[in-house]
Design a protein around this ligand. Structure first.
Ligand SMILES: Cc1cc2nc3c(=O)[nH]c(=O)nc-3n(C[C@H](O)[C@H](O)[C@H](O)COP(=O)(O)OP(=O)(O)OC[C@H]3O[C@@H](n4cnc5c(N)ncnc54)[C@H](O)[C@@H]3O)c2cc1C
Length: 541
């Protein structure tokens, strides 16, 4: 099913014996990442771009095949863009905006994600996760070739961990037997069932949802076409199941996701003839297709009590898990990495104290809780757990076709957006009173400029964004080199910067963090104030 340009060879990092395995004493590495899924590879790229030696250990030898994530959100793509792999994802992905919701045979309503103008990336693309991971690995290899100190070792399974005050010891199993390595820092990106979490006996609490979903990824034959839209049926009258989702992926592959209930015989359900029976009832007789992939998944909404255990830090599914409704898994894992990368970099190079990493815990737990809340609400709506919830759900669905007020209550999966770190100790003052969406803690919205896009110009540094305002070309404070980006009306011919960053204000000075979240904002530059903002943004005020 994969075209020549993006052939996905499974063994992207086949096992090779490392000199560490024959060393007389355990070799110490600055950072070891456990798990080479989308989150583990992303943190290695982030640290590699900062020149920090990072070793990834994975128990497999390449990208995870099979069908998992397909919806990748704007913010995730913007982060990937900064890592240098966003564009091939966008080129390959299917862009979509329109969603339709049906109850039985009736269309209840449709929604448009209404993409704002003036952004480099769309609200969402659909892209098979193996492609996503493969583009990340292309970039990983490119950085290695350019001399970035990053390495990935396939068939290196971590079986044991001991956390000491100033380092961590890992037991690793390979086809040549076990070896031991040490790390100053370990990042646990080992997925939802995280062996590392278990080895450290850390709590992972929340809700398990008693339902199962059957995924069938199919490639249509002949001229049958559905529009590039997200179609969701509650209680579909075609065939069995409590809900069905249909969504297009690249290569003319369609994701069909049937809600099939908790008490099912998985082996029976996964037989091809049974999957085809469901698909034929859904698609109608005579529609021909090839089956590309099928699986059954269940899910839980859970998170760790803390994402940090001394020198071990957790990210992605290992730290938190949500239902797939709303596409928050990989998307929020990328936001973990985005938050962690610059902070760990500053701690490792001695610019910040390791207490800065506690703000990773604070900010990303805030993000995880928001995601879990949204995901749980969608799940409760899609699979009502009590008779009263079902009566409410059905009433909303029957009213939504005719009454506008009922439509916002229909919840077939509110789609992932990045969270604002309200209340973070790193946030400085808001002396501007500008647009709500760019208050301190917010992720910066993109804006098309006369010459490119704002987010591309912000890059991975601390930036002083001076809009119609004076400011120094650069500023050194507490080991942080802050770059200045000055914009005037001439740089903003379409008015996006004015709309998103100024509002009614005439001028503004924003301090932007390396993860492109707003640290503080003011109406004008004042050196003493900005220096204090920088210190606060790295946990030194
Ligand atoms: C059906 C389905 C649909 C989904 N749809 C979406 C979606 O549309 N959008 C979205 O954003 N998310 C979606 N998700 C969630 C998404 O797939 C996950 O959030 C994402 O894969 C998490 O990435 P990760 O790197 O944290 O973990 P994983 O992808 O699970 O990677 C963990 C890695 O750790 C390795 N590992 C495990 N144990 C060890 C060990 N002992 N030693 C060494 N390595 C180890 C594993 O081999 C693996 O490579 C979906 C999930 C499912 C199941």
């Amino acid at each position: 099913m994969f075209d020549d340009r993006y052939t996905l060879a499974y063994k992207r990092y086949p096992y090779k014996k490392s000199p560490d395995q024959d060393a007389a004493e355990a070799v110490r590495h600055p950072v070891v990442v456990m798990g080479g899924g989308p989150v583990g590879i992303a943190i290695a790229i982030d640290l590699g771009l900062q020149g920090i030696p990072t070793l990834v250990l994975d128990d497999h030898e390449g990208v995870g095949m099979g069908s998992r994530a397909i919806c990748f959100a704007k913010r995730c793509l913007e982060v990937a863009d900064r890592y240098g792999c966003g564009e091939p994802m966008l080129d390959k992905g299917v862009v979509w905006n329109l969603g339709k919701v049906f109850h039985k045979d009736d269309k209840v309503f449709e929604f448009n994600l209404l993409p704002e103008e003036g952004h480099k990336y769309p609200a969402f693309i659909n892209l098979q996760q193996p492609y996503y991971e493969s583009f990340q690995l292309d970039r990983f290899e490119e950085l290695q070739a350019q001399g970035a100190p990053i390495e990935i070792r396939g068939k290196n399974r971590v079986d044991g961990v001991v956390v000491r005050d100033d380092h961590v010891v890992l037991d690793v199993m390979t086809p040549d037997g076990p070896y031991e390595i040490e790390a100053d820092w370990v990042i646990g990106c080992d997925g939802a069932s995280s062996p590392l979490r278990g080895m450290l006996d850390m709590d992972f609490s929340g809700k398990v949802f008693q339902d199962s979903f059957l995924i069938a990824d199919i490639k249509m034959k002949g001229d049958v076409e559905f529009p590039t839209e997200r179609w969701f049926w509650f209680e579909p009258s075609h065939g069995e199941g409590a809900s069905t989702l249909l969504h297009k992926q690249p290569d003319d592959v369609w994701r069909v996701d049937f809600q099939i209930g908790w008490d099912v015989d998985r082996k029976e359900e996964l037989k091809e003839e049974n999957i085809r029976r469901r698909l034929d009832a859904f698609l109608g007789n005579g529609v021909e297709y090839d089956m590309v992939w099928s699986s059954i998944y269940t899910f839980q909404c859970k998170r760790m009590d803390t994402f940090r255990n001394g020198r071990v830090i957790f990210a992605g599914d290992a730290a938190h898990q949500v239902s797939p409704f709303g596409a928050r898994g990989a998307n929020s894992g990328m936001q973990d990495v985005d938050n962690l990368g610059w902070k760990l970099g500053l701690v490792i190079n001695g610019t910040a104290d390791d207490s800065l990493l506690d703000t990773y815990n604070f900010e990303r737990i805030h993000g995880a809780d928001e995601n879990i809340m949204n995901s749980t609400r969608s799940t409760d709506f899609i699979t009502p757990k009590s008779e009263i919830s079902r009566v409410f759900r059905d009433a909303v669905l029957s009213l939504a076709g005719s009454y506008e007020f009922a439509r916002p209550l229909v919840n077939s999966g509110r789609l992932s957006v990045p969270c604002t770190y309200d209340g973070s100790p790193l946030n400085g003052p808001d002396d501007l009173g500008g647009p709500e969406r760019t208050r301190p803690g917010s992720p910066c919205p993109d804006a098309e400029l006369a010459d490119g896009f704002l987010l591309s110009q912000l890059g991975n540094d601390f930036v002083l964004l001076c809009i119609n305002a004076d400011g120094p070309d650069s500023l050194e404070e507490s080991g942080i080199s802050t770059r200045t980006l000055k914009l005037t009306e001439a740089d903003d011919p379409k008015g996006y910067v004015k709309e998103r960053y100024l509002g009614d204000a005439k001028s503004a000075v924003y301090l932007i963090r390396p993860d492109q979240h707003v640290a503080a904002r003011h109406a004008a530059f004042d050196e003493k104030t900005i220096r204090a903002d920088i210190r606060r943004a790295i946990g030194k005020e």
